[in-house]
Design a protein around this ligand. Structure first.
Ligand code: G4P
Length: 290
């Protein structure tokens, strides 16, 4: 598979983020709960080194709750505050203000010791494209927010959203590019629909998905498509095409239609709550590299 690069945009976005980092106390990083590592760029660990950090595991409504729980522990063990989220709904937002306060406790304490009172915490949302940054800002800030406009001491043109008396949010999120070092990362991003246009081969992608599902979520394919899972992915795709009446002109099976169907049903959650990468595997890899 081949993925397109936009090095110019990436350099510009990175530079912008470095500038914005100077203005904030807290980095709110969104990852996709279905691929919590592949949907983040570890550069943020360096860029946001001196800052308080919260990881929002977004699209948790589409991910396996057990795996999300385990990933949550994984990030907490590495010093981050973590919140599971469906950014489209107001429900998950309640907790976030408390977590922000918790994450910035030290900073507020420092301010207090220096005699600085009531300076709001300034935060910035970052993440790869399509992870839900705008959705989150809209839901979190809601209608109640007031834009504070330009202020002395703040770079001209920066818009801050005043969430409450304690927190201000930069209204434009920082964009991170995923890191395609590993082929699996590209595959996972393509599967969740993050890099749609770059996909060369939807059939190949669906076979990879089928393989992941039969290995890690036995019964899901049988349940949805009445197929036998104890066979090669290509055989399973063929059965799906048969059972779902994916037929081309000339009465031939339409594998691409079946492939697109499986991928769409995965992305929209019709196949169930599915996480594609697992913290256990990652921990093992980290141990081996240590
Ligand atoms: P971005 O700013 O990071 O690029 O992402 P954006 O908010 O535009 O969200 C990308 C897509 O992800 C949107 O769908 C959005 O509705 C969806 N989304 C965001 N958060 C969640 C979540 O927690 N759960 C689920 N299931 N979906 C989420 P879209 O199809 O591109 O647009 P639309 O159908 O919402 O109009």
């Amino acid at each position: 598979m081949h993925f397109q690069w936009y090095p110019g945009h990436m350099t510009k976005a990175r530079r912008q983020m470095q500038e914005d980092m100077k203005l904030i106390d807290l980095v709110i990083e969104l990852v996709d709960a279905r691929i919590p590592l592949s949907s983040r760029n570890p550069d943020i660990d360096q860029l946001g080194k001196q800052k308080a950090r919260i990881i929002l595991m977004n699209k948790a409504d589409l991910a396996s709750p057990q795996q999300t729980e385990q990933w949550s522990s994984y990030f907490k063990e590495r010093g981050c505050f973590v919140v599971k989220l469906d950014a489209r709904t107001k429900a998950g937002m309640k907790n976030i203000n408390n977590v922000i306060m918790e994450a910035c406790k030290e900073k507020m304490e420092r301010d207090r010791r220096r005699g600085i009172k009531n300076r709001p915490v300034r935060a910035m949302v970052v993440g790869i494209p399509n992870v839900g940054k705008s959705t989150f800002i809209n839901t979190f800030a809601g209608k109640a927010c007031t834009k504070t406009g330009n202020k002395p001491g703040v770079t001209k043109g920066k818009q801050w959203i005043r969430l409450n008396k304690n927190v201000e949010l930069l209204d434009t999120p920082g964009i991170l590019w995923p890191k395609f070092d590993d082929q699996r990362v590209g595959l996972y991003l393509a599967l969740i629909g993050s890099i749609k246009d770059e996909i060369l081969n939807i059939d190949e992608l669906s076979l990879e998905l089928i393989q992941i599902l039969r290995e890690n979520y036995p019964g899901i394919l049988t349940g949805r498509y009445e197929v036998l899972e104890e066979q090669e992915p290509a055989g399973i795709l063929k059965e799906i095409a048969q059972n779902r009446n994916c037929i081309k002109k000339g009465n031939e099976l339409d594998y691409s239609k079946a492939a697109a169907l499986v991928i769409e049903e995965f992305r929209s959650g019709k196949l169930g709550k599915i996480t594609l990468e697992f913290p256990e595997g990652q921990k093992k890899a980290e141990k081996n590299n240590a």
